[in-house]
Design a protein around this ligand. Structure first.
Ligand SMILES: [Zn+2]
Length: 216
C-alpha cells in the first residue's frame, strides 16, 4: 500500500466517458459525467458547468472523497465545506469542473480512516495516525484526473486547491495552472487538523498560524 515513487503518474492508462445527465443541486445547476479508469475500473463522477475550451482559464477542483465530511458533515476536517465552496464558485463563474476522486481518507479507505480517527482520539494527529497504521501520509494519485481534464478539452486550469502536490501533478502533465485558494475559516474544532495539513503535508493555508492558535 505504498505509492510507486519511481513512477507516480503512470498508473492510469486512460479513462472512458460512459454517461452524463443534468444535475440540478441546491448550489447550482450542473452536468454530471461518469468517467471510468480503463486500467482499474475506478469510477469518477465529474460535475461540469458551461462551455469548456482550452484557451479559457477554467475553475477546476479535484475533490477527494470524504464520506465523513461530505455526507455526514463531520467537524474533524474541512472537506465538505471545501466541496460546497467549490460548487458555489463554479456556479457563480458559470463555468468549471469538479472531479470527485473516490480516494477516501487520502487513499486508505473508510475502515482504515476510522481506525486513524480512533488513534486521533488517543492524541495522535492525522498524519501520525496514518503512519501508525503503516500508510504513507498521503496515498492519493492524480493521473486519472489528468486524463479526465484532457478529455474535457482543458488546458488552462484555475485549480481550487491548497495542496501543492495537486498543482505540481497538473503542471507536470502540461497544464497551465493558476491556484485559486479554497480556505475555510478555521475554528476550535478544525484548527489542529488544518495546522497538521499545513505543517506536515505542506498545504498552503494562510489562515493557519500561531496567532490564530492563541485566539482560539
Ligand atoms: Zn475530510
Amino acid at each position: 500500500m505504498t505509492k510507486d515513487d519511481g513512477n507516480p503518474d503512470q498508473s492510469c492508462t486512460g479513462v472512458e466517458r460512459l454517461a452524463e445527465a443534468n444535475l440540478p443541486t441546491e448550489l447550482g445547476r450542473f452536468r454530471i459525467i461518469a468517467f471510468k479508469s480503463i486500467a482499474t475500473g475506478e469510477e469518477f463522477p465529474v460535475l461540469v458547468k458551461g462551455l469548456l475550451e482550452p484557451d479559457t482559464p477554467t475553475l477546476v477542483r479535484i475533490h477527494s472523497q470524504c464520506l465523513t465530511g461530505d455526507v455526514f458533515h463531520s467537524l474533524k476536517c474541512d472537506c465538505g465545506l471545501q466541496l460546497e465552496h467549490a460548487m458555489k464558485l463554479v456556479e457563480e463563474e458559470g463555468r468549471g469542473v469538479i472531479v470527485y476522486q473516490q480516494q477516501e481518507g487520502r487513499g486508505i479507505g473508510i475502515t482504515n480512516k476510522i481506525r486513524a480517527y480512533a488513534l486521533q482520539d488517543t492524541g495522535q494527529d492525522t498524519v501520525e495516525a496514518n503512519l501508525s497504521l503503516g500508510f504513507e501520509a498521503d496515498l492519493r494519485q492524480y493521473e486519472c484526473c489528468v486524463d479526465i481534464l484532457k478529455q474535457l478539452n482543458l488546458k488552462r486550469v484555475r485549480l481550487m486547491s491548497n495542496n501543492p502536490e495537486k498543482i505540481e501533478a497538473l503542471q507536470r502533465a502540461g497544464f497551465e495552472v493558476e491556484r485559486v485558494p479554497i480556505e475555510i475559516e478555521p475554528d476550535e474544532r478544525t484548527f489542529e487538523y488544518l495546522k497538521t495539513k499545513k505543517d506536515k503535508l505542506g498545504h498552503l493555508l494562510e489562515n493557519i498560524n500561531d496567532k490564530d492558535n492563541a485566539q482560539l
